[in-house]
Design a protein around this ligand. Structure first.
Ligand SMILES: [Zn+2]
Length: 145
């Protein structure tokens, strides 16, 4: 009866992951952290002028969830602009530093993590342990292991 957690689908990682007001040393700055799914919501709805309903479909979330994501994103950005804070984009299940991609065979999610952290124990979305590392080159999706 419980609904499965829906993966938030991200088209691509942000190209820029840090913004700061000029001429203020980093050590004196407060930071707000925009998660990658919040960034993606901004990209779709604000930068691509997509309707929320359409954007929600793209991200594989409900319209209400999308509304929450983008509201949170707007609040963070407003806070940064008005109060002179830096914006860092990272987190959620997507790691920007990630070099290794993993796929979940249960919910078909994919995510990236830094290689040094090793293989994750379970899917961050559905907690399945049926996960496989995904090589960037083709082939080899049929490992038994
Ligand atoms: Zn999963």
């Amino acid at each position: 009866m419980s609904r499965p957690f829906k993966c938030r689908r991200i088209h691509s990682n942000p190209r820029f992951d840090y913004f700061k007001p000029r001429a203020i040393p980093l050590s004196m700055l407060e930071e707000v952290t925009l998660t990658v799914d919040e960034f993606e919501a901004i990209r779709l709805a604000d930068n691509n002028s997509m309707y929320q309903e359409e954007a929600a479909k793209k991200m594989n979330v409900s319209r209400q969830t999308f509304g929450n994501i983008i509201k949170s994103a707007h609040e963070k950005i407003a806070d940064a602009l008005i109060n002179g804070k830096a914006i860092k984009i990272e987190g959620g299940v997507y790691k920007l530093a990630g070099q290794q991609m993993f796929l979940c065979c249960e919910c078909k999610c994919s995510w990236e993590i830094a290689q040094k952290t090793g293989k994750p124990y379970e899917c961050p979305y559905c907690r399945s342990r049926n996960i496989h590392s995904h090589k960037s080159d083709k082939g080899g999706d049929n490992n038994s292991g």
